[in-house]
Ligand binder design. Sequence first.
Ligand code: NAD
Length: 326
Amino acid sequence: MPRIAFYDTKKYDEEYFEKVEHPGITFKYLENKLNSDTVELARGCDGVCAFVHDVIDEETIDKLVNYDIGIVAMRCAGYNNIDLKKAKDKIKVVRVPGYSPYAVAEHAMGLLLCLNRKIHKAYFRTRDYNFSLNNLAGFDLHGRTVGVMGTGKIGRVFIDICKGFGMDVIAYDPYPIQGSNIKYVSKEELFRTSDIISLHCPLTEETKYIINEDTLAMMKDGVFIINTSRGSLIESEALYEAIKKGKVGAAGLDVYEEESEIFFEDFSNTIISDDVLKLFLSLPNVLITSHQAFLTADALINIAECTINNINAYFNGEKLENEISY
Ligand code: NAD
C-alpha cells in the first residue's frame, strides 16, 4: 500500500483528503514544509505530496530519489518551487492543473470590491458605532478598464466576472486564445490604459517583477493592482513607494514575494521581522490575504480528488495526465 508523506499539512488539508475515498493509499501527515532538511521525514514512504511553500530543489530531489521515492504530487497548480530541470528523468512530478478557477477569480473580485468600496474600513467603523460615510467613497466599476495579465483558466473566469460588472476588459497573454472575443493588447498598452490591473499569469523568469518601478511609472495615476497569482510578480518595495506617492490607488494582495515563512501561520503573538510587509499592513488602501484565494470547500475537494487520482495513476502504471516535466 503506497505511503505518501504529506508535507505542510493544515487542518483543512487533512479534513478534505480524508473526506475523499483513497483505498490503497495512506497519508503520513506532516506539519513541516518539504525542503532538503525535512526530506528525511519521507524516508520509508513511496511518494510525497507537496504545496506552494515547499522547496523542491536539486538536493531535495536527490534525497527523495535516494529513498526510492518516485513521485512528487503537488496539490496545487503552480510549480515554480520545483527544479523541474533537475527532476527530469529522476522523479515524476504531477500537479492539480485546475481545481476551481472560480475560487481564485472570485477572490480577486472580492479584493477589488472591498478596496474600492472600503468595506474593510466600514466593517470596523460600524462595530465602533461610527456610521459616518466620510472618506468611504469608491467609484463605479461599470465602464472602468480592467487589464488582465494572463488569460488562462483563472484569468478567463475573472474576465467573465468583470464583463458581468459592465467593465471594459483588455488583456495581455503571450499565447492569446485564438478566435476568442477577448480584446488583447500589448503589455505596455495594458499598463498605460488600465484603471485596474489583475495578475493571472504564472511566475516564470520572464514574469518575475513584471510590476516594477518602470512599469508602475507607465500606469495611470490611482491604478488598482490585484495580485492573486504569485508574490514575486511584483517588486514589493517599488509597489510600496508607488502607493506612498499616490501613483497606485490601492493594492489587493493575496500573495507576497516573501510569504513562504509567514503565510498560513499564526504570528498574532509575535513581532514579524518583515518590514515591507509591516509597511503594507499599515496602509489603509492595501488589503492582504494570506494566499487564501483557492480556499473554498469546492476547491479543496477537487484538489484532494485530483491529487489522489494522480497518485493512483502513478502506482497503477497508468498514463500521468497531469505530469509536468522540464
Ligand atoms: P493557466 O496556466 O491556466 O494560465 C496562465 C496563463 O498565463 C496562460 O494563458 C499563459 O499563457 C499566461 N502567461 C504566461 N506567461 C505570461 C506572461 N509573461 N504574461 C502574461 N500572461 C502569461 O493558470 P491558471 O490556473 O489560470 O493560474 C494562474 C496563476 O494563478 C497560477 O500560475 C498560480 O500562480 C496562481 N494561483 C494562485 C492561487 C491562489 O490561491 N492565490 C491558486 C491557484 C493558482
